[in-house]
Design a protein around this ligand. Structure first.
Ligand code: BTX
Length: 323
């Protein structure tokens, strides 16, 4: 609710100091009893709050959950993540976000879940999304761009997530075109971009982001154990999810504004800074066949430039890349 959001903003401003019940009720425009009820709700969600007579309330610790409340406590964005739909369990946040977008949900609406039963990757592949250890979320954007440009937003999202991971954990990720983020050569993030569009105009772009945060190696299913990793494995300790989501939304918003104002070029430069495949021999498996060559970079539209053994240049829209 709006009141809850305001309360969390007050606590964020207080930065761990006490807030008096009086001040809270004045700022929220509600009774002391109503304040107490909101505090109880937060406790039920796992927030630890200290209440001291005459001093008021302060937050001691937040739960490591990804509820709307926890994400909104300390959120630094203007637009992204101001409406959050949180679920304990869903089939796929992509499906829910697509429905919300279709029904007219505003730009910046975020769907996030503790667990996905049918998380998806590209081409109907499965995305393993176990309970409580990862970030499984979908963001609705409504850029006024033609549909062909939408893949650029996958690359933009990859830059935002990489920056946020670097900021929060100190780890430096690599991006593998088009949509994987790797740590130490293993996949820790997958990004899936889906569209609702007319031939000439995008209605909405749903950016799905899956991040392995706190899994141990044993917690990955056997078929991906050698190719996947989590932030906790790489960092050697647990990582809190809500602050990472906040940082991703913050970075995404900044890059998205740049993108809308100046196009893809500035994003492309940042992307190239994280890219591992550039200048290296790679194999691209496309729907039309397999191409071996050297990845030379990406075009201003976000296509991969591949130079084959005959020195012919191929522009790749969509493929799986192997080194
Ligand atoms: P992708 O098609 O590039 O990658 C899918 C492949 O990655 C799988 O076939 C499998 O080999 C491997 N894989 C599956 N799960 C994991 C995992 N947890 N960690 C590492 N590797 C894995 C990537 O597709 C795009 C994934 C987007 C996921 C988000 S989560 C929120 C949103 N909701 C939803 O259903 N999908 C998106």
């Amino acid at each position: 609710s709006d009141t809850r959001k305001k309360l969390l903003e007050l606590f964020a401003e207080a930065n761990g100091e006490f807030l008096s019940g009086q001040k809270i009720s004045e700022q929220l425009g509600c009774s002391r009893a109503a304040v107490w009820k909101h505090i109880e709700e937060l406790r039920k969600e796992g927030f630890e709050l200290e209440a001291v007579r005459r001093l008021g309330y302060r937050i001691i610790s937040t739960p490591d959950k990804v509820t709307a409340n926890e994400i909104q406590l300390g959120l630094k964005t203007e637009k992204l993540g101001h409406t959050i739909h949180f679920f304990d369990e869903v089939d796929s946040t992509q499906r829910i976000a697509a429905r919300l977008a279709y029904e007219g949900a505003p730009e910046g609406t975020l769907v996030v879940a503790e667990e996905q039963k049918a998380g998806r990757g590209r081409l109907d592949r499965k995305w393993f999304s176990p309970k409580g250890t990862g970030i499984w979320m979908s963001l609705i954007l409504r850029p006024a761009i033609p549909p062909q440009r939408a893949p650029q937003l996958t690359l933009l999202a990859a830059v935002a997530v990489s920056q946020a991971i670097q900021e929060v954990t100190g780890l430096v990720p690599d991006i593998k075109w088009p949509n994987d983020i790797l740590l130490d050569g293993r996949k820790c993030v997958g990004i899936l971009t889906e569209l609702q569009a007319d031939p000439d105009r995008v209605h909405s772009v749903i950016i799905g982001i899956g991040i392995n945060v706190n899994q141990t190696i044993e917690q990955f299913p056997e078929d991906i154990r050698t190719i996947a990793t989590s932030l906790a494995i790489e960092k050697g300790g647990p990582v809190k999810r809500a602050p990472l989501i906040q940082e991703i939304l913050f970075r995404l918003e900044r890059l998205y504004e740049q993108y809308l104002a100046h196009g893809f070029r500035p994003i492309k430069l940042l992307w190239e800074g994280y890219a591992v495949s550039i200048g290296k021999p790679v194999t691209a498996r496309t729907l039309n066949g397999v191409i071996h060559g050297i990845a030379r970079g990406i075009t201003d539209d976000g296509l991969l430039i591949l130079e084959d053994e005959q020195k012919d240049i191929h522009y790749i829209h969509s493929a799986d890349i192997q080194f």
